[in-house]
Design a protein around this ligand. Structure first.
Ligand code: AGP
Length: 610
């Protein structure tokens, strides 16, 4: 939930760290800090409440230099988002920035207070800074003190630590929070995510849970949980640094909406075998014999990823005849789920770090399930703890509201459906072929949607001042209605509810009056006639209908205030197109309202707390 950047090298690093934090702003943005310490005993620390720009302002008023430092961008968990609670925290000679939550910090704090330690902040992090500083007295090095301290710490953490009296070292530790290490010819870097330092290096090492690392100007040494030196493989990251920038779009969200055709192609690349009507999932390291025996799929996910799972329930069940249970990860882990040896647990997560999903995955594993994940961030915690992983290739998603990650999840779930259907014998080669062809046609259909944004801007102009929206859909379009409502809430702060069209008459119809915009998804699919009847019920109560219809369908011209025609595509992939439509409605409404679209209030990109 926070972002950390550490640097030790030959160059002046304050701006390297500040620029790195800028790339991590999606991880948190309620306060930030920077510490530089180059020579023994020297330390300069600045911290600021609010966005990173506040910290930069302070820095540029009185810049300082140094070749070793660390920075932090915070999303508060313990203690209000104030300057005093901002990281880095300093205790004695220790300077520390942390992402995660120390679960036993109260106990540690009491113990340290009894030894005469005084705390200036309300954070769990400061306690660890004091703990390391107190261990330093009997330790042989900073790394030794960190190891001794971690043995007493419970919780999740990704730390970068420096001792002002040991100027040639930066120590890093990771447990259940992301941390990557990079190295260029002149420096070593530690960061919560790759884009933070991608402009300086493409060579990365991913720490495992329990790992610590000692970074010096010359070398990086990694140690496992027992403190034994280990080798972790170095990976070469291909991402173009500017792919993490806005590239001229007003917001990352809009840029990411427009990236969808390319990212869907990337996700299909090398996996779809049109001729065989099959999917090559060789990269998913799960015993194919097990997958053939699967008789139940339990999907665990949160938020938008949960809605992707709900969409997939329709097509996976229909085409594989395997029952699919879709579970909110936060509920799953506490409700004694039933698992047998033929259950596949599927965890879906863009970030791969969502605490609830990770915990649900661990619970499913503990109960004996095989776990597979669909994830966008390589080597993040969820894939690393899964038996097999199918990566979406959406690239880094910066906007808090998920767009390209969601649609590529739908593509990955379709691929999984085809793969399972072919192995189960419920999907013929011809059916597999036509499904793959439908998937391959999706990017062109999305491009067609993106060439005419006027209808979405019209919706925004007409309804941006509404205080509440209702989204209706049936069949696969029901979860799309939920997703549309979520997206609108997230970025425009307008209350919105998604409902299955057929459920409306059982309660929510009471809400409808002439002030209520109703986004009705009414495509020419198998439930078209039913959907139209439900929509008429809303219209009869004065609801202002915004209809998403199939291209050429003019039948709602008299009923709806605004009709948006969408390309008619194969029903199995139709939701991918309607996802884009609801994303655009939310985006243009939020843009007109002037909200902070990429970093909406109270939200963080990666929810690493329960
Ligand atoms: C989606 O727009 C949201 N930002 C949020 O609901 C998100 O999908 C959820 O927090 C799960 O995240 P994950 O996919 O990274 O696990």
């Amino acid at each position: 939930m926070c972002g950390v950047v550490g640097y030790i090298g030959l160059e002046d690093c304050a701006t390297v760290i500040l620029n790195g934090l800028k790339k991590l702003e999606y991880r948190g943005y309620d306060s930030a800090g920077l510490a530089i310490s180059e020579t023994a005993g020297a330390l300069k620390v600045i911290r600021a409440e609010g966005k990173l720009s506040n910290l930069e302002k302070i820095f540029y008023q009185e810049p300082f230099e140094g070749t070793r430092g660390l920075g932090h961008i915070r999303w508060a968990t313990h203690g209000a988002p104030t300057e005093i609670n901002a990281h880095p925290h300093v205790a004695g000679s220790i300077v520390l920035a942390h992402n995660g939550i120390i679960e036993n910090y109260r106990e540690l704090r009491d113990k340290l207070a009894a030894l005469g330690r005084e705390f200036s902040s309300a954070t769990d992090t400061e306690v660890v800074a004091h703990l390391i500083d107190s261990e330093l007295k009997s330790a042989s090095s900073l790394h030794d003190a960190v190891l001794k301290s971690l043995a007493q710490v419970e919780g999740s953490y990704a730390f970068v630590v420096m001792d002002i009296n040991e100027p040639d070292t930066l120590v890093v530790a990771r447990n259940a929070a992301p941390m990557v290490l990079g190295r260029s010819d002149t420096a070593a870097f530690a960061a919560s995510d790759i884009p933070a330092v991608l402009e300086h290096t493409r060579k990365f090492v991913f720490l495992h849970d329990g790992d610590t690392a000692v970074l010096t100007r010359e070398k990086t040494s990694i140690f496992d949980v027992s403190g034994t030196p280990v080798e972790r493989p170095e990976k070469h990251i291909q991402w173009d640094p500017i792919s993490a920038e806005k590239q001229g779009y007003k917001h990352f969200m809009l840029k990411e909406i427009f990236e969808q055709p390319t990212r869907i192609i990337d996700t299909l690349r090398g996996r779809a075998d049109v001729e065989a009507g099959d999917i090559n999932l060789g990269e998913v390291d799960i015993d194919p014999e097990f997958l053939k025996k699967v008789n139940r799929i339990t999907v665990v996910a949160c938020g938008g990823s949960f809605y992707s799972a709900m969409v997939s329930k329709y097509f996976i069940e229909e085409h594989t005849r395997i029952p699919v249970d879709v579970e909110l990860a936060s509920e799953y882990r506490y409700r004694k789920p039933i698992i047998d040896e033929n259950t596949l647990c599927l965890a879906i997560s863009q970030s791969g770090e969502t605490a609830d999903t990770l915990a649900a995955l661990r619970e499913a594993k503990r109960l004996g399930a095989k776990v597979m994940s669909i994830c966008n961030v390589i080597e993040s915690s969820i894939p690393r703890e899964s038996d097999g992983v199918l990566y979406t290739h959406a690239g880094p998603e910066i906007s808090v509201a998920s767009t390209k990650a969601s649609t590529t999840q739908l593509v990955a779930l379709s691929m999984l459906g085809i793969w399972l259907g072919r192995r189960k014998g419920t999907l013929s080669a011809e059916q597999g072929r036509s499904w793959i062809e439908a998937l391959r046609a999706v990017p062109t259909s999305i491009e067609a949607v993106l060439t005419n944004l006027e209808p979405y801007k019209d919706v925004a102009k007409t309804y941006a001042s509404a205080s509440s929206f209702l989204y209706l859909g049936r069949g696969q379009q029901y979860p799309v209605a939920l997703e549309g409502a979520l997206k609108l809430k997230e970025i425009s702060y307008i209350h919105a509810e998604g409902y299955a069209s057929g459920e409306m008459k059982h309660g929510p119809i009471a809400l409808i009056d002439e002030k209520m915009p109703v986004v009705a998804i009414a495509l020419k699919d198998t439930v078209y006639d039913k959907t139209i009847s439900n929509l008429m019920e809303a219209h009869a109560r004065g609801g202002k209908i915004i209809a998403l219809v199939s291209e050429g369908d003019r039948s709602l011209s008299d009923t709806a205030e605004i009709v948006i025609e969408l390309p008619q595509v194969d029903e199995r992939v139709q939701s991918i197109i309607t996802y884009v439509a609801v994303q655009l409605i939310s985006y243009f409404i939020a843009d007109l309202k002037g909200t902070d679209i990429d970093q909406p209030r109270n939200l963080a990109k990666s929810v690493t707390v329960e």
